[in-house]
Design a protein around this ligand. Structure first.
Ligand SMILES: [Zn+2]
Length: 160
């Protein structure tokens, strides 16, 4: 069984195998790449010209761009945004106020950078809350760390 379709470029009738439905094929005459509709044998040459044909006689696989159905692209909109680091920043922030004050500045700096990226649409906004909380904890941890250092200096001076 075969699917017959008009080439989108030159109009020549292209014949493809049923199992190539939903894939793409290149016309051997004009080189136009067209996508084969998921029509099956009932598909006729009179169909919508936007649904395109396969190259006759050519092995369809080389042209088959795997999962491409009706213009739906594999890469979603988020493909150009960086993954968020919300979990990392949150952990650093929590550590900074509990046991590891040195983490504070890192959570603060990373958090402020990532919040900027999220606002500008360059980073996955799903981590906004984690990033924000982690950054705030990082600020608190940094201030606590600073205070404790100052306090130790004062105590050291006072004990002299
Ligand atoms: Zn053609």
């Amino acid at each position: 069984m075969a699917i017959e379709l008009p080439c989108s470029g030159c109009g020549q009738t292209l014949r493809v195998r049923d199992e190539d439905a939903g894939r793409q094929a290149r016309c051997p005459q004009c080189g136009a790449v067209t996508s084969v509709p998921l029509g099956g044998p009932s598909y006729s040459a009179n169909a919508d010209p936007n649904d395109i044909p396969l190259a006759p006689g050519e092995p369809p696989n080389p042209y088959a761009s795997p999962p491409m159905f009706h213009g739906e692209v594999m890469a979603p909109r988020s493909s150009y945004t960086a993954p968020h680091r919300g979990t990392t920043i949150l952990i650093l922030g929590i550590l900074s106020v509990t046991c590891c004050l040195i983490c504070g500045p890192f959570a603060w700096i990373m958090g402020s950078q990532d919040m900027k990226s999220i606002r500008e649409g360059r980073m996955d906004p799903a981590g906004k809350t984690q990033t924000q909380v982690g950054m705030i904890l990082g600020i608190i941890g940094t201030l606590l760390g600073g205070c404790s250092i100052i306090l130790q200096i004062i105590l050291a001076v006072a004990n002299q």
